[in-house]
Design a binder for this molecule. Structure first.
Ligand code: UD1
Length: 370
């Protein structure tokens, strides 16, 4: 029988890519392994799957559903739970993997609960500075409980650093990366990105700042690589055109490593992966936390990078027209002051966080030997 490992996590790229990092380290340590990813059946997970060039892996779409506090939401969750746990039971019984690894999100829970009941080794990797509900509920089902960041909500977790996939930290010269992306090699570059799905509030704030707040004049010598998530593209195109700013709009970037190497500054959501990737690539950041979470928990992901001197946080508001002026002001303060971005990048280089993927991969192989 082939030796396999199950890596569960989905619903956004933020849960899948860290598993990719762990799978890469596993395959480096044991090239004969098979990695099976359990992801959700949402379209965003399919987009993410297509962006991953790993061989020797298979993909399973789970029918699990997120928990929602409404009668319909509870019914959907219960139906998804039954479907996902029975599929997991069948799969784990026939396959007997070396371990089941989960990165959180609603797809992870059925896998790790069933694995634990069957006595298989389980690892839970918490990615956020404020772990979500699924992680907090699953913690007692994990043999290895680890966290990318220190967090008071999981005091017993081993802090391992963020699992980063190889291809997002390329360290290419900026000119080469820009050329590969079809950008002008010598021009300073602003990257705009918002998790794996893009963000309408950020897109629309930028469009308005370009047309109403003078962001166009500020970016006259720059170019923008803008990940839109397929949203607001007409509005953005018109705004960039009217402001005379060079830009490339992309629905999804399959090669984020090139984008990070090309960028002098990023405007982004502080999803856990985006923060870790910006830091590892020493790209100064303006972070706008997701405004629809009641606790704005992404703010906590950004805090260590702010404390290290490499990022600033700006509150994102659902009424995006209110964001345009503050966004302009912060971008102005970052790029108009000579040497500010360079000194932020230097600060990030002095304190680079650990890469947690190798720790989890070693644990899988050690527990298999035991
Ligand atoms: C809105 C929301 O709840 N987001 C959560 C989601 O991550 P979400 O997917 O929103 O965001 P993350 O920043 O964690 O991950 C985004 C990933 O997508 C990649 N990327 C992005 C754009 C692109 O064009 N191409 C591309 O490859 C990035 O390189 C990164 O690896 O789960 C994370 C992990 O629990 C959380 O920290 C985030 O708060």
């Amino acid at each position: 029988m082939s030796r396999s490992v199950i890596l569960a996590g989905g619903g956004t790229g933020g849960h899948i890519y860290p598993n990719v990092a762990i799978a890469q380290r596993l395959l480096e340590l044991d090239p004969d392994l098979f990695c099976r990813f359990v992801i959700s059946d949402r379209p965003v997970d399919e987009t993410v799957r297509q962006s991953i060039g790993l061989e020797q892996v298979t993909w399973i779409a789970s029918r699990a559903r997120p928990f929602r506090r409404s009668p319909v939401g509870v019914l959907r969750f219960a139906g998804g739970w039954l479907a996902a746990t029975s599929a997991a039971r069948r799969r784990l019984l026939s396959e007997r993997p070396l371990a089941v690894i989960a990165t959180g999100g609603f797809v992870s829970a059925p896998e790790i609960v069933v694995a634990r009941r069957m006595g298989l080794p389980t690892a839970l990797v918490s990615l956020d500075a404020t772990p979500g509900r699924a992680i907090r509920r699953m913690r007692r089902h994990a043999d290895l409980l680890c966290s990318a960041y220190p967090t008071p909500l999981l005091p017993e977790a081993e802090v391992i650093g963020f699992p980063l996939r190889r291809e997002v930290v390329l360290g290419l010269p900026a000119e080469e990366a820009r050329r590969k992306l079809g950008l002008e090699p010598e021009r300073r570059t602003l990257l705009v990105t918002a998790g794996s799905q893009g963000a309408s509030t950020i897109n629309r704030s930028i469009a308005r700042a370009l047309t109403h707040e003078g962001l166009g004049a500020l970016l006259a010598e720059w170019q923008v690589l803008h990940h839109t998530g397929g949203k607001d593209e007409d509005e953005l195109r018109q705004a960039y055109e009217a402001a005379g700013v060079r830009r490339r709009l992309v629905r999804y970037l399959n090669d984020m490593g090139q984008a990070w190497s090309a960028a002098d500054l990023v405007v982004a959501r502080p999803g856990a992966s985006s923060v870790a990737e910006a830091w590892a690539n020493r790209v100064p950041a303006l972070f706008l936390p997701y405004p629809f979470h009641a606790d704005e928990h992404q703010r906590h992901n950004a805090k260590p990078m702010v404390d290290a001197g490499g990022a600033v946080i700006l509150r994102d508001r659902v009424e995006s027209e209110l964001n345009a002026k503050p966004l302009y002001d912060v971008v102005y303060s970052l790029i108009a002051e000579a040497g500010r971005l360079e000194s932020m990048a230097d600060s990030l280089g002095r304190s680079r966080p650990e890469d947690g993927a190798a720790r989890v991969a070693r644990w899988v192989l050690e527990s298999a030997e035991r």
